[in-house]
Structures are given as C-alpha cells and as structure tokens.
Design a protein around this ligand. Structure first.
Ligand SMILES: Nc1ncnc2c1ncn2[C@@H]1O[C@H](COP(=O)(O)OP(=O)(O)OP(=O)(O)O)[C@@H](O)[C@H]1O
Length: 363
C-alpha cells in the first residue's frame, strides 16, 4: 500500500485533529522544545500556557510548519504531515501583530486568501461578508486597517483566517496588546466562533485566567516541556507539580514529609493529608491549599496562628494575605462582611482532608 493511501485510510479513523510524537526543536546547543507528545481532539479548544521562554511559540511554529523540527513527527487527521510545508497543512494562523496588509481595505484583506485560491468573485464576496459578520464587523468592508482599533484589527485577522474555513486555527498571544475589556469581549467571541464552526483551536497565552476561561484543555508548558495537559478544573484541583499548583490560581504550598501515622510534618506544624492521598511514611512533598479551602477566625484559638498582612477588596469577597509564625505567607478568601485590618492576629483553619498533596518528583 502506498504512503498516501495508508495516510488517507488512517485519517478516516483518527479522532485526533493533531497528534504529536516526540517533536522537539534545538537551536544549536539550546533546546527550545524538549520531546513533546500530545493529542488534540477534533473540535477541541486547547491552550498552550506557560511563562516566557517555555516553548509555546516554538511548538506553535512547528505545528503550522513555519519552522522545521529537529526530530519527532506530527500527524494531522491521522496523516503524517511532518514534512508538509505550511501551505500544504491548511492551518489558519492569527499572530499577535495582526499582520494585515496596510494598503488593502478590510474587505480586500479578508478576501485575500480566497483570491489566491482563485475562487469565483461572487463566492469570494459572499464568504468575505459572512466572515466579517462572524467577527462582528459587518459594514467595515471599505475601511483601511489604519482606521481600526487594535481589537478590530485582530477581528479582521481572525476573519481572514475563518474565510477559507481551515479545520485547525492557531492563535498566538492574539489578545495581549488589547486592554482588559476588549480582551474579554474577544475571548467570548472566539469561544462562540469555536462553538459555531466546530473548528479545532490551539491558542497561545501566558495569561492563566484567559487559558482557564477559554479552554477545553490546557497544555501547561515549562522550560520546553509539557508540565501537565489537562482540563482547567483538573489543573486547578489536582496539579501534578508544584510549578503547576503555583502557576494556576493562587495557592498556599506547604512543603513537608509524611510521618508514620499519615500526617505531614511541615515547618508550621503537623498537618492532615488530603483525602485520598495514599502516600507512605517518609515521602516528601507539598500540600496545596487554595484560598477557598481556608477559613480565617479572629475569635478562636484553634488552628494555625498568624497575622493579617494585607486585605484586598474584591466585591463579595476579600482576599487576605496572612503571615504564619515561621514567615510562611498564605492567601485566604473571606466574606467582605468580616471586618479585618492589617496587623490583626487571627487563626486559619481548613477541613481535615481538604487540599491536594503533590509528592516530590524524581528529577
Ligand atoms: N530562533 C531562535 N533561535 C534561538 N533560540 C530560540 C529561537 N526561538 C526561540 N528560541 C529559544 O527557545 C526558547 C523557547 O522560546 P519560545 O519563543 O518558544 O517561548 P515562549 O513560551 O513562546 O515565550 P514568550 O511567551 O516569551 O513568547 C527560549 O529560550 C528562546 O530563547
């Protein structure tokens, strides 16, 4: 059986839009991306999240074929596309710097991918208008890019991508230049477009809130590796590493060692292990507590004692930075009705069994 036939047969059976096997990239001695293996389901919204330099853009560039890998393989719809050029992959890409053609109108920009594909004029017009409608820019056809706000330019860039109906769209830090309100509106719109079109999206951001609200799954990256690839809830509730616990949401991380009898010896005292953690005595690791697990009491001596450092108003709830005896800082969320001030002594408690235990990983 020839390769093409084999590929097209696998394509029919694959539930994955994208499969990556041991893909890596080195620039000379510097490894930008360690061997990555992952699968993205057809129709999924996946976000690559991580700090600066963690390899997000490198992975995206390898997926869209702008940069050749140093090793590994990449499959689209089950077919090996490792050697395919960017054009052959038929992936839509929206970059951070909108990259619109400044001398073309909005309509001409959006129509461009169809013009180079040689489609009929009436079809181009209809699809261009539909794409602009989808991103909320009906009536903007004759405007020049310079007459648009940053958010509108980003919408045009997205419309120019949607217009040729790629089945996979990559977006790299697309909203990072926008103010918060515009960002939120565009996040909603992209989610709606994702729902309506069923297109697979791979989105890159270093903003964990953006990743949490938008994604079906998040691929958390750190130093060129995939730290954890999971749903937002699983990343929040059951982070597999201290890095993940720290990067996603606010957490109190208490390092310690499990004692015979099953309590965790930490610098702030012996603490109960979370429910369901089956770890043997001598295991080192970290107890992760989220602000909503913790309760602050000003009229009761039971619990860990400390001092309120700082109170931030946040609507119905206030966030309290709290310092324990050994200088361990924690963040607690309390109702806005609880009167608290900096310097006040208090105790903090949580339900025995709450939280999540992360055993130390072998390096
Ligand atoms: N063309 C290149 N030549 C050499 N090193 C590179 C090149 N591109 C990226 N790198 C290195 O690879 C690593 C990963 O970079 P990458 O741009 O993928 O990270 P990132 O997570 O996208 O970061 P950011 O959020 O800052 O864009 C970095 O250490 C970077 O310096």
């Amino acid at each position: 059986m020839n390769d093409r036939l084999q590929n097209s047969m696998t394509a029919v059976s694959s539930p994955f839009k994208l499969s990556i096997r041991g893909l890596y990239k080195a620039y000379g001695d510097a490894v930008a991306l360690e061997r990555v293996t992952m699968d993205v389901l057809t129709g999924e919204f996946v976000t690559l999240l991580g700090p600066s330099g963690s390899g997000k853009s490198t992975l995206l560039q390898l997926i869209c074929g702008l940069v050749p890998p140093s090793g590994g393989r990449l499959f689209i719809d089950g077919a090996d596309r490792t050697q395919a050029s960017a054009a052959e992959r038929d992936i839509g890409v929206v970059f951070q710097n909108y990259a619109l053609f400044p001398h073309l109108t909005v309509g001409e920009n959006v129509a461009f991918p169809l013009r180079i594909r040689g489609l009929e004029r009436s079809v181009i017009l209809r699809r261009m208008e539909a794409a602009l409608g989808m991103v909320g820019l009906t009536g903007y056809t004759e405007r020049m890019p310079s007459e648009l706000s940053g958010g509108q330019q980003q919408r045009v860039a997205l419309a120019r991508c949607l217009v040729y109906q790629p089945s996979l769209i990559l977006m790299d830090e697309s909203f990072s230049a926008l103010d918060r309100n515009r960002r939120l509106v565009l996040q909603d719109e992209v989610r709606r477009i994702h729902r309506e079109t069923g297109t697979t999206f791979i989105f890159v951001t270093h903003d964990q809130e953006e990743a949490m609200t938008m994604s079906d799954r998040i691929c958390l990256m750190n130093r060129g590796r995939v730290e954890q690839f999971d749903t937002p809830r699983a990343l929040y509730d059951t982070p597999r590493t201290v890095f993940a616990a720290d990067f996603i949401g606010t957490s109190t991380i208490l390092q310690g060692v499990v004692r015979p009898g099953g309590r965790l010896a930490t610098p702030v005292g012996d603490l109960p292990l979370p429910d369901g953690s089956s770890v043997s005595a001598g295991t080192k690791g970290a107890l992760v507590l989220r602000p909503e697990h913790l309760r602050l009491h000003t009229d009761d001596e039971t619990g860990l004692r400390g001092v309120v450092e700082d109170v931030t108003f946040g609507g119905a709830e206030q966030r309290v930075r709290f310092r324990l005896g050994n200088d361990q800082k924690i963040v607690v969320q309390v109702p806005a009705t609880l009167a608290l001030s900096a310097g006040q002594a208090a105790t903090v408690r949580w339900n025995a069994g709450d939280g999540h235990f992360i055993p130390d990983q072998e390096a």
